[in-house]
Design a protein around this ligand. Structure first.
Ligand code: IVH
Length: 702
């Protein structure tokens, strides 16, 4: 390629790759497959090799993809909440791996590695390779000091990472204390946090039911979950960890395999699906075995990692700016199947979104029979130029619903028909509207479209909302008889109404009514979620409830007020505004209030004092109690927690290992920095008697 032309293509490739990398690592919304990404990266590498003068330090070929949150939180829809984490430098850079889809390049790697070490050394200590599964999750670096887990950092940009220690403590197979005694005083161990298929399927089913954007694959689900705002929610996501690389000063192990076996003895999660191989044939055998067997594993693997086993050779081979020279990843290609597209259904969801779903000629893919596939939206159908009757490629990139990735035009039958995305709702006939931002068609008839109404009623009573025992069939029955149309109607039901329905008896009617009565105690955040405001999932409802404290403050909030809430972006803010602007909704809320549902957070029963009233406090570092507990303590004494230091900050409460950025900012703004002890003494030391001693109480009474 001519130099000028190469220059243009290089710039173009860098833009594409940087954008794809941000979508992948930061937003957890990949825009292309790993394979496409790797091929574009290879094209860029080849061009930069031809024109080395064009290599810049910030080229995607020179740095690892960064998962650090951007300064400004993403406002894109469906992005998982992200908290501002403290960031700390990595003791040793956290690099990526060179990868290939070509077995001959694995051979070349093995040759290169062996040739990099003088023969007299390899004669004494023979070369071997540790072959391991490549876990498809998100990288983590754990530090253990004196047998205790002291810090967990994400890869970040490879140099600094986000401190996710609190969240990692909620992952059940990561020990906070090691067994045995022969662990090094201090060491790091790196690995992957991943989400097994079962947990991923469960999470996505829930998200789809709640009309929240499902995660594209378990890797994105793992990385989004690891960065959840509420540490305790991490525990429910079913994350697991596997560790594969120990680092430290003068570790007393001669091989990588020995270090991992030791780590396993201390109770650390180490996969035993690994093998020390002495020849390229053995490596190939391992690769071939897992290319088939991986389909039976309960978690996603996207390849095999081949590492030089001897620590001394690893050290001698060293690193490039991006990769170790002692390891390489062989990646598996995503499995594809070719099958016929028989028809397309257009499904209406609870919020009115109309989604095209492909009905396929059943075909075997990654061990399961696939009959349906997602077509996402009208744009996607157009891009694919899909016709009913076409032979289409289906891929299971990790999603529960496989996706159609292409059309085999050479097999298009003469009678293949161009599908027409409906212009009216397949359920109620209303003219569909298009939401440009989401490239989706919506049925606007929110209060008249049966599917939407029933969907909202089902959601309202669901386990994570009002938790009322009622199946979809009951709701169908009540709706069809004209007894419920609006969630508030449930609370006006009487036993006679139910007994008049087919199949209802005294006991079942009482049980249902009792369950409804019980549901009146449901906390505000769940009631808010139950309302089914578009884009307000469980987590957003929680943040909003915490922020506004009651529904009236929420209903009168301006767009700016809404945007000030953690995790709320423009799309959610607009949807909340639209919800409260609709009289049907505010009437429903009034009726639900009258029925006795909770529309405010519990009166701060645990409010301990007003010692911190009017003070905005930023905390950083570790305390004698967890950070969440410290925040709760501040709130219980009337203070306001904030994530970032500004002119409004009353003081920075700095614990052990407080974030250097926050300390610097506080210093530069002249904000007071105090430690935990001073905080307790100065602000919480002289709290008026809050605990009534039972005995004294009796004494004064009698
Ligand atoms: S070793 C310095 N081993 O794959 C090399 N990495 O695409 C450290 N990964 O950044 C990595 N399974 O996050 C290693 N058995 C395994 C792995 C593994 C998954 C991840 C890791 C790495 C990425 C590169």
């Amino acid at each position: 390629m001519e130099k000028a032309q190469a220059n243009i293509r290089i710039k173009e490739l860098r833009d594409i790759l940087n954008d794809a990398s941000r979508r992948y690592y930061v937003e957890n919304m990949p825009t292309m497959s790993d394979y496409e990404f790797d091929m574009l990266l290879k094209e860029l590498e080849a061009l930069e090799a031809e024109y080395p003068e064009m290599v810049t330090p910030d080229s995607p070929t020179q740095k690892v993809g960064s998962d650090l949150a951007e300064a400004k939180p993403s406002k894109r829809k469906g992005i998982e909440p992200r908290k501002e984490f403290e960031q700390y430098p990595h003791r040793y850079p956290m690099l990526s791996l060179g990868n290939t889809y070509d077995i001959s390049e694995v051979q070349a790697f093995a040759d290169r590695a062996a040739k990099g070490i003088p023969a007299e050394e390899t004669e004494k200590v023979p070369f071997s390779f540790s072959c391991e599964l490549k876990f498809d999750g998100t990288a983590i670096c754990l530090t253990y000091q004196k047998g205790k887990l002291t810090r967990a950092l994400t890869r970040g940009d490879g140099t600094i990472g986000d401190d996710v220690t609190e969240n990692v403590k909620h992952i059940s197979n990561i020990p906070q204390t090691l067994q045995g005694t022969d662990w090094p005083e201090e060491f790091e161990i790196r690995g992957e946090i991943y989400m097994p298929w079962a947990a991923f399927d469960r999470l996505n089913l829930e998200r789809e039911k709640d009309e929240e954007q499902p995660f594209a694959n378990p890797r994105n689900a793992a990385s989004g979950s690891l960065k959840l705002v509420d540490s305790s929610m991490v525990a429910n996501r079913g994350l697991e960890c596997t560790l594969y690389h120990m680092l430290g000063e003068d570790l007393p192990y001669s091989t990588h395999d020995e270090a991992l076996s030791k780590a396993a003895e201390w109770g650390l999660p180490i996969s035993d699906l690994r093998k020390v191989c002495k020849s390229i044939e053995e490596i190939e055998e391992f690769i071939n075995l897992w290319d088939t067997e991986r389909k039976t594993l309960p978690f996603a693997t996207d390849g095999i990692v081949i590492k030089v086993n001897q620590m001394q050779y690893q050290e001698e081979l060293g690193y490039t700016a991006k990769f170790p020279r002692w390891a390489v990843a062989y990646k598996f290609k995503a499995e594809q199947a070719l099958t016929r597209l028989n028809s397309i259904d257009y499904q209406v969801g609870r919020t009115g979104a109309v989604t095209p779903v492909a009905n396929l000629e059943p075909v075997l893919l990654s061990g399961t029979i696939v009959k349906r596939a997602s077509l996402h939206n009208a744009d996607q159908m157009e891009i694919l130029d899909i016709h009913v009757g076409d032979y289409v490629y289906v891929e299971k990139g990790g999603e529960i619903i496989p996706k159609i990735t292409g059309v085999e035009l050479s097999q298009r039958p003469a009678d293949a028909e161009l599908p027409h995305f409906p212009t009216t709702c397949p359920d109620c006939g209303a003219t569909l509207v298009r939401d440009e931002q989401e490239a989706k068609a919506f049925c606007p008839n929110q209060s008249g479209c049966p599917t939407q109404i029933k969907g909202k009623l089902v959601h309202f009573l669901s386990r994570k909302a009002m938790n009322v025992i009622a199946g979809d069939a009951t709701i169908d029955q009540l709706y069809n008889k004209g007894l419920v149309w609006n969630p508030a109607d449930f609370y006006e039901l009487e036993k006679e109404h139910l007994l008049g329905l087919e199949g209802w008896k005294d006991r079942s009617a009482e049980r249902f009514l009792n369950s409804l009565e019980e549901s009146k105690k449901t906390p505000f955040e769940k009631v808010l979620f139950a309302l089914g405001i578009r884009h307000v999932g469980e987590t957003t409802a929680k943040s909003m409830a915490r922020h506004f404290k009651n529904i009236d403050a929420m209903a009168t909030a301006t767009r700016e007020d809404l945007l000030a809430v953690d995790d709320i972006g423009e799309v959610i803010a607009d949807s909340v505004l639209a919800y409260f602007a609709d009289g049907v909704n505010t009437d429903t809320i009034d009726r639900l209030k009258a029925a006795g549902l909770r529309f405010e957070v519990e009166k701060e029963a645990e409010a301990l004092s007003e010692a911190l009233k009017g003070k905005t406090i930023v905390i950083s570092g570790n305390f004698s109690i967890s950070r969440d507990e410290m925040k709760a303590l501040i709130a219980a004494h009337g203070g306001k927690n904030s994530g970032s230091v500004s002119g409004k900050t009353a003081f920075l409460l700095a614990g052990e290992k407080a974030g250097p950025e926050k300390l610097k900012k506080a210093e530069s703004l002249g904000i007071r920095i105090i430690d935990e002890k001073t905080f307790m003494e100065e602000f919480l030391g002289e709290i008026p008697d809050q605990v009534v001693n039972d005995d004294n109480f009796k004494e004064t009474l009698f």
